[in-house]
Design a protein around this ligand. Sequence first.
Ligand SMILES: *Cc1c(COP(=O)(O)O)cnc(C)c1O
Length: 395
Amino acid sequence: MKRRFDGVFTQQEPIPEAGIDAALEVLRSGRLHRYNVLAGEISQTNALELEFAQTLGAKYCLAVASGGYALSCALKALQIPAGSNVLTNAFTLAPVPGAIASVGAHPIFVETTEDLVVDLADLAQKAESLDVAAFMISHMRGHIAEMDQVVEICERHNITLIEDCAHTMGAYWGDVPSGRHGQVACYSTQTYKHINSGEGGFLITDDPELMARAIMLSGSYMLYETHQMGPEAHVFKDIRWDTPNNSGRMDNLRAAILRPQLAALPEKAAAWNARHDILVKALERVNDVHLAFRPSAEAYVASSFQFRLPSWEEDEIARLVTRCADRGVELKWFGKSEPVGYTSRHDSWRYVAAQDCPNTNRVLSTLLDMRIPLTFSEADCHLIAEIISEEIAAR
Ligand SMILES: *Cc1c(COP(=O)(O)O)cnc(C)c1O
């Protein structure tokens, strides 16, 4: 009898009891808006920003309504002009090119390697040959490129580096937390990321003017001085007049839910990696499977797992996805020409001028991807690995 897996790939863990208690307290107080505080009171949102900045060693931090909002807010706070070129990964999720398009800039896609990171040769070539305002690097599915080289290329061409850390909260490159290589970094607290408030995000930077603009953009009105993790009041002198309000604030309810999750992140990271590494160890022994190389400098927080079958035809991969689904294992295939669910490709974003990314297309056509919610036990991961391995062997 073939074994079946019964877990739910979209089922995250419950909110910790401490978060539920704190949320109830906010609800009972009625003070959900981040600026609605009593004299001397520190709002949950302010406290969260302080704690998040501390975990990353960032000078400034702003909590916002979503990860996608943080990305577009970063571009606006950097004053990236409409019509300029912004580099980003050809392999990323829709909010990234969406944020670039939202400021009227042009996303220019950088090729992806077989190890699922940006191709540094293609990055250097595009940085050299085009007039580029910024590079919004997406650490897609938690795979981190050689960051020293990324920074070097950006510095050489005077390109602002914005990091999309939606998949690398809690991760490191060497001793440096993911998000501390660029001028600004953005994170998401949407349900399927590393900490869960339904919707939410962060923007961090050490640049006082950039943060002052981001705070004004997020909808601080003239209450910016209440931000513990914002720059001093004098930095806002002109910025408060010159910056439009594009409301996208975090609220105290979501901040209350997030604070205990942020404190538990190192422990959760270990749990994710234990599950991920079970899948890696089992699948690396299977014929035809290619796993992304992970450099020793990369300390990942693997909330998902990817593998490739480079020698397989598209119809064979489509059948594998079906056979695994029949046994309860949900694989996402980036090779599908029609976008489905959360999975779309650079050629699905038709508001962007079509671009040739032959290497990315080749990599994505044989790439399979799987979520690892922490509601799965390590035994569950052994079973999932067994099912995938058997179905690959049954090619
Ligand atoms: C989730 C995600 C974002 C931001 O998402 P929101 O849903 O807006 O919080 C940005 N980039 C990537 C790669 C993502 O997966």
